[in-house]
Write a protein that binds this ligand. Sequence first.
Ligand code: FES
Length: 391
Amino acid sequence: MTDVTTPTDQAVDETAGEPAPTDAAPAAARHRARFHPLTVAAVERLTDDAVAVTFEIPDELLEEYRFEPGQHLTVRAMIQGQEVRQSYSICQSRGAAGMEHLRRVAVARVPEGRMSTFLNDVVAPGDVLDVMTPLGSFTCPTRPDGIRHHVAIAAGSGITPVIALLTTALEEEPGSRATLLFGNRRTSSIMFLEELEDLKNRFPGRFQLITVLSREAQDVELFHGRLDRERLEAIFGALVPVDQVDEWYLCGPFGMVTGAEELLLERGVDPGHVHHEIFHVDDGTAPKRPVVVDTGAPPEATVTINLDGRTTVIPMPSRDETILDATLRVRPDAPYSCTGGVCGTCRARVVAGEVRMDRNYALEPEEVAAGIVLACQSHPVTDAVSLDYDA
Ligand code: FES
């Protein structure tokens, strides 16, 4: 296991002992993602293997839990004696009626998934869980006077951010329309089927739902199978002319998202209009090897972090461990969730020195160009590195 628990007396907290940031703290520090205990208002069963969990947001936290459609919340809980964190997309539109004080996420059960099993089987209304404020860059600003065609390609639980994005676009852009290509195994496993049918009624002529099932016969052969390249090409040719689409949203397993993105770019779509989020990464790269470090060894590099208005200097005995792992030894408040380069929760800006990332499925090229990195994937290249989580 990566050694992330042994405290080291070599780290220096340059503001240790100072009071926690208050309203006088810099705006960026105030808005950094942080956990708050939230009460579960409802747990609704969506399918045999998925629930929607709704949290109550008290008045004083409304501003912190304001969100952009497509963003996610990270839930933290102690399960069988271990802290577990997992991110779940917010599945409500920005202006959903009666939801101002509520945030709803959808949780599909994952085999062996401790958090998804806990939320599906154990959690009940009235329980209190730690929930991080919203994060994520799978977003697209709406334009009230826009006349656009928004098209989403989603599979399985990839619907969760997409339903928020498309519903918000339909509600906030009266001149726009939306199409959803939605892949599932069978009808009984489709999350939000009723809500999607309702969207067709609420926005007649403006919302088109194309359901593709891999393990259930369909009247139309085109809609039976997986949302692979061949099927997407056929659907584009028959129903969704690519050159008449303004914004694309891709969400689901790695292969589906990368396959669809490749196809769109080959068709000449501007990458700036292709928004994507990956739920499971299987890119063939070797899994991250656990790194055990001797915290008493001379440092190979030194990392200085600014987090929540406090600066901490952290010696790193090995450049092989990630900056996040080194940071957590002394700053357990550092934000993270997936530790796999997918969710973006651990993002920070490099303000001095140079780092390299193992992989990145969360940041856009322009964010990387601006010096944003994922701490869970970053290793120092230079002897001294400074990261600002508040920037
Ligand atoms: S913790 Fe998810 S990308 Fe780093």
